[in-house]
Design a binder for this molecule. Structure first.
Ligand SMILES: *[C@@H]1O[C@H](CO)[C@@H](O)[C@H](O)[C@H]1NC(C)=O
Ligand SMILES: *[C@@H]1O[C@H](CO)[C@@H](O)[C@H](O)[C@H]1NC(C)=O
Length: 623
């Protein structure tokens, strides 16, 4: 309150207005929301407005009765972790903030330098029609820890910056009155000796590490459901038409029966009843199979007592097996050459939060148009709507676990390693029902990977236990000790995919697993300042990480050579897929297929389409 007042005074003084101080006390208001100026905009920056992300946020478990809480909230920073002991109940926080957003982003209206400790508040009504129902408060993601208070009572705590959580807040609510929601967020990123899943975020951005994201960066919403309701659905549907489903319910027993109906184009193709909280199976006869070329999806309705939710699935099987003597990834029983980009999911205006759905889908459609059939979601987890878009567009997803601190400089202690495993479970459990996800990645380039014993073996087993339907890439790049389904090389700029040659940090291709190029390419060109992340430190390092080509023509020539080399490796050796670095420029990296603002495409579309097509043809000739 005190800070809020002094801020208002300084603003008023700055604009030449003067009010008697007693009036200021009464009139003290949070500083109004306005987006800050980002170091670079996108075509969507101005379209964000103050009601962002209106879409239902959880496409695999949709309920009719819901209320979006996104929009303008209040924010103020806190001094330390102890602040959570004295919540500012009933107080007007200092500044307005856009939810969802990263506090460090311009779109938040805050553009904080660092935001380790933060308070957020808003108020909401609950419809009288919801009386007697259970009211659930859902957060898409809060980075990194959230303590949630409703009407002065602690309603829950969650740790893990990339994951969804739901709190039953029924007992704290007041119907017909304003309800106060207060959230304390603690996001240490890489401060002190914290070793937590952060991906590319750092408090000291440079080279391949970027601005962090703190706070409520995905949608917040309320929903009403009967007291015994469906809390989660695990659905796997395979190429033989078998559906394996677990209907999780808030009543943890298995006695209640759930009814599952599968529809296609409005017609019911199967109905089946089964227990809750444990898997059951049934069949759909000759379903249209899901694949990148034909992303067929089926609607699924699940009823449990008075609860009814809508979901969907796709019928497909992911496996591996020998094709003409070489270990291959198989989709629906056939070798699929997986070709995608390293997809970081960073935005100059919103950082981790895309400006809107259209912007997020724009990147995916751009990749699809060029002929990519996959994205590697790089050490970040997206909103559920991203995975739905991949399901609909037909893009396979290789999903990385967000890594701990990079390289080997700060490794996790025992407790931090346990927490890494726990959050990996959250990743797999929350996202395993998206048909497009083909593979989970445990470690990227040895980041946070303990090497005095090989934890990737146990972690890989753990992922297989939670999800036996997908492949596991235990170590993409560098410290490979033989775990998982892939023998995955990283090399810049040229690939070494399933080949008898390799280089520093890599291992020779292991024919007992799938030969894969988890990263290559990475070449870039400098661009004019209007397409650059306008931050001097970033600009100063542009030529310090990746190959820089003088012109875009030279870049396309080099791209052609590198893709041609990959094609050779498919024809001559045992290459089963590759990941081109990268979809877009990010901060000081100028190596995207398009620039960070998505306004300039480096790709010669015709040439790239031909080169990518040639990869699939070379692979088809080996099957
Ligand atoms: C069904 O899925 C569960 C995991 O959700 C798995 O443990 C089980 O083995 C699957 N059953 C069948 C028959 O595929
Ligand atoms: C890249 O371009 C920016 C301006 O667009 C310039 O300031 C910078 O010096 C250039 N860097 C290199 C390595 O060419």
């Amino acid at each position: 309150m005190h800070l809020a007042r002094s801020f208002v005074v300084s603003c008023l003084v700055a604009t030449g207005l003067a009010l008697p101080s007693s009036d200021i006390t009464k009139e003290a208001r949070s500083v109004k929301y306005a987006p800050k100026v980002p170091p670079l905009t996108t075509p969507w920056t101005d379209k964000v407005g103050t009601n962002p992300w209106p879409e239902y946020p959880r496409p695999l478990l949709q309920r009719k009765q819901w209320k979006n809480l996104n929009g303008i909230w209040k924010y103020q920073s806190a001094a330390n972790l102890d602040a959570v002991q004295s919540p500012p109940f009933g107080q007007e926080l200092e500044q307005e903030v856009l939810i969802p957003s990263c506090l460090e982003s311009a779109l938040s209206g805050i553009q904080a330098d660092s935001a380790l400790y933060s308070w957020f508040s808003t108020s909401f009504d609950v419809s009288p029609a919801w009386k007697g129902e259970q009211v659930v408060l859902n957060f898409g993601a809060v980075d990194y820890e959230a303590t949630v208070f409703v009407n002065g009572k602690e309603a829950g705590f969650h740790r893990g910056g990339y994951f969804r959580f739901s709190l039953d807040v029924t007992e704290h609510l007041k119907f017909g009155e304003k309800n106060e929601l207060l959230v304390f967020a603690h996001d240490p990123t890489d401060s002190d000796d914290y070793v937590i899943p952060i991906g590319k975020q750092t408090l000291r951005p440079s080279h391949i590490f970027y601005t962090p994201c703190s706070g409520i960066w995905q949608s917040v919403w309320l929903e009403a459901a009967p007291s015994n309701h469906i809390t989660n659905l695990d659905i796997d549907a395979n190429m033989h038409g078998q559906v394996n489903i677990t209907v999780h319910s808030s009543a943890k027993d298995t006695s209640a029966q759930a009814e599952v109906t599968v529809h296609k184009d409005g017609k019911t193709v199967a109905t089946h009843k089964g227990p809750t909280n444990k898997p059951f199976q049934f069949k759909v006869s000759s379903p249209k199979l899901w694949s990148p070329d034909s992303p067929e999806l089926y609607d699924v309705t699940v009823k449990l007592g008075n609860d009814k939710v809508e979901s969907y699935t796709g019928f497909r099987t992911i496996s591996r097996g020998k094709v003409d003597g070489i270990e291959r990834p198989l989709l629906n029983g056939e070798f699929i050459f997986m070709f995608g980009t390293l997809d970081q999911g960073y935005w100059p205006d919103g950082l981790y939060t895309p400006p809107n759905l259209e912007a997020m889908v724009y990147d995916l459609k751009f990749l699809k148009k060029l002929g990519f059939n996959m994205v590697r979601k790089h050490i970040k987890v997206e909103t559920d709507l991203f995975y739905r878009a991949c399901d609909e567009i037909g893009l396979l997803v290789i999903q990385d676990m967000p890594s701990l601190r990079p390289l080997q400089n700060v490794l996790p202690n025992e407790e931090q390693q346990v927490e890494f495993g726990r959050q990996m479970d959250l990743l797999v459990n929350q996202f395993k029902s998206y048909p497009s996800i083909v593979s989970w990645v445990v470690y990227n380039e040895g980041w946070g990977q303990i090497t005095d014993y090989f934890p990737e073996f146990a972690l890989t087993e753990r992922v297989r236990q939670l999800d036996p339907t997908r492949l596991v890439d235990s170590t993409t790049g560098w410290f490979d000790h033989g775990a998982g389904d892939f023998s995955d090389n990283h090399h810049y700029a040229n690939p070494q995919c399933g080949t008898p040659f390799y280089s520093t940090q890599s291992s020779p291709y292991d024919p007992s697993r799938i030969g894969f190029q988890g990263e290559f390419g990475g070449i870039g060109t400098n661009v004019s300042i209007e397409h650059l992340w306008n931050n001097q430190a970033a600009i100063d390092t542009i030529d310090q990480t990746y190959e820089i080509d003088e012109t875009i023509d030279a870049w396309n020539y080099r791209s052609h050579r590198l893709l041609d080399e990959l094609e050779d490796q498919i024809r001559l050796y045992a290459c089963s897929g590759g990941v081109w670095t990268q979809t877009t420029d990010v901060e000081g990296e100028v190596n995207g297929l398009m620039t960070y603002d998505r306004r300039l495409e480096r790709v010669d579309v015709k040439q790239w389409k031909e080169d990518i097509k040639a990869l699939y043809e070379a692979a088809a000739a080996r099957s």
